[in-house]
Design a protein. Structure first.
Length: 494
RNA sequence: GGCGCUAUCGUCUAGGGGUUAGGACGGAAGAUUCUCAAUCUUCAAACCCGGGUUCGAUUCCCGGUAGCGCUACCA
């Protein structure tokens, strides 16, 4: 399996989703692998909407696929719609027919379904149609009788069809085991197999990187390419992504966790999501896990792809977002969050906070960000981790929270009263070190432990026990807000 | 039913005829700290089964089993 190392203008890959739903995580991974392969090798990335199934395609699906792709923020170089290329598909089909490699099947659609679904399995072909004489076929067509055009698979001659897959190796199949698949439907529309191959040939696709569910279809595709007089491209099939129960990911069964936009909406960073998806079915083989897009592009190769399906380890009945998603995805997201420059993280957090109805300035956000960066795993966690920085009035909390470890209400009262005095003193600058010194001194003076001093203050200003470090928090909150909240806590305590 | 693909800790994976089978997530314990995180240390946790080849197989071959895919005038 030779793989081009140098930048290569003839290397062309494509991602070809069919718009029958949202952008699925499996499709996203296929897109990402194609993109990485193209960018690694200096080739072109083509986006093609495989929309030949008019019955099932919807505009909302097209929109949602673009939504997902846009969020991933990976560009493509050319864009096509199959529905605008139908003439090419038909031309290709009829050229195959002219060579005697396809025949008309006048059997009404779905006529064989009852037999097909029986225990015997499927018919490989319909002898009556396959062996219809050319004259008879022409006559019935001329009379206006509808027909599907089927590929005449060269059977009973002991032939084999073969191709070499960059991931699965050499593949061989007896032609006898390949059914006479349709090229054109009786309404004249091309089938997926035909349209896909005709376009791949016409667009000079050099490498087809797609899901393993197409591995056995590839024999049909090789037949089409050859019948159409083209050389089949290089194939690379990807192991499938499956749910924890081993079944394929489906929105109906597994819910929103299979849709890319769900990850966007709970605050995954696209680069972290891409990183996570890359680790499913591919490995850089050097124990690295946290990889930037540039690093992924640099090291990506088809050799790193493995052959067994990978489980996306999400939890079925969703509680909190953090419990829902694959823990490794969440961890990687936290890693990427910590790796982001402070200004950039802050800029990404800002719209989320504002979108939740808080009024924050970019300046304030930038001061808050370092305090929560190590405490959030998903961007949306900012709303629960930093809410108290943005509200005027703290939501009600249990006054019992104000009572320190091994202390009582009296101690809380004593601590907060003293804290209020200390913090009201304009001599004490509202900066980390002076606050640290002043409050520790106060603790000593009162004969309480530092922790017993800090905890009531923390709860008073944050409204809860678990929060960022105290002095930095006070610094950002400012004297006025701090005093107001301590005053309120005192009132609650009495 | 037919045809095909796959099989290493719970999950993602590395490895490969002789290894203490490596890493990561998650889990457990501990250190640190003003809480929570982050960080650090430690621990538990795997080669599907049976045959063959071989001095020796988890690794190679065959069979079984299981899972998955295809078997549409869906893609």
């Amino acid at each position: 399996m030779p793989e081009p190392i140098h930048a290569n203008s003839s290397l062309r890959v494509r991602f070809a989703p069919s718009p029958t739903g949202f952008l699925h995580v499996g499709s996203a991974r296929t897109f990402i692998f194609n993109w990485l392969y193209a960018r690694h090798n200096g080739g072109a990335m083509i986006l093609r909407l495989d929309d030949t199934d008019v019955e099932r395609n919807t505009q909302s699906s097209v929109d949602s696929i673009f939504d997902g792709l846009k969020w991933l923020n990976l560009s493509w170089d050319e864009e096509y719609k199959q529905s605008e290329r139908i003439e090419l598909h038909r031309k290709t089909a009829w050229a195959i027919f002219e060579k005697g490699l396809a025949y008309r099947d006048f059997t009404p659609a779905h006529a064989g379904d009852a037999e097909k679904s029986g225990v015997q399995g499927t018919w490989l072909f319909n002898p009556g149609a396959r062996e219809l004489s050319g004259a008879e076929s022409d006559r019935r067509a001329a009379a206006g009788e509808p027909f599907a055009l089927r590929f005449r698979v060269p059977r009973e001659t002991g032939q084999t069809v073969r191709f070499s897959d960059a991931v699965y190796g050499d593949q061989v199949k007896a032609a006898d085991d390949i059914e006479d698949f349709a090229l054109l439907r009786s309404d004249g529309m091309p089938t997926y197999h035909l349209a896909s191959c005709a376009d791949d040939a016409d667009l000079h696709i050099s490498h087809i990187i797609r899901g393993q569910d197409h591995l056995t279809n590839t024999f049909k595709h090789v037949l089409i390419f050859e019948a159409a007089g083209s050389t089949p491209p290089q194939f690379a099939h990807l192991p499938l992504l499956v749910a924890p129960d081993g079944t394929k990911l489906s929105k109906r069964r597994h819910g929103p966790v299979v849709s890319v936009t769900t990850y966007r909406d709970v605050g995954f960073l696209p680069e972290a999501f891409i990183n996570f998806l890359c680790l499913l079915g591919w490995s850089p083989k050097d124990n690295r896990e946290n990889l930037s897009l540039q690093e992924l592009t640099d090291v990506f190769s088809l050799e790193g792809i493995n052959r067994s399906n990978a489980v996306v380890n999400f939890k079925e009945p969703a509680a909190t977002p953090e419990e829902t998603f694959d823990p490794k995805a969440v961890w990687l997201n936290a890693e990427h969050i910590r790796g982001l420059p402070m200004e950039e993280l802050s800029a990404r957090l800002l719209p989320i906070v504002q979108g939740a109805g808080f009024s924050v300035t970019p300046e304030k956000m930038l001061r808050v960000t370092p305090l929560i960066r190590e405490r959030i795993k998903l961007l949306c966690d900012v709303l629960t981790a930093a809410d108290f920085f943005f509200v005027d009035q703290l939501p009600p909390y249990d006054p019992a929270e104000l009572i320190p470890q091994k202390g009582d209400a009296a101690m809380a009262l004593k601590v907060l009263t003293r804290a209020r005095e200390v913090l009201a003193n304009v001599e004490v600058e509202f900066k980390h070190d002076p606050l640290d010194q002043a409050l520790r001194a106060a603790a000593q003076e009162l004969g309480v432990k530092a922790g017993q001093m800090f905890q009531p203050i923390r709860v008073a200003v944050c409204g809860r026990k678990n929060a960022p470090p105290l002095f930095e928090t006070l610094e950002v909150l400012g004297r006025e807000t701090t005093l107001a909240r301590i005053k309120q806590a005192l009132r609650v305590l009495k």
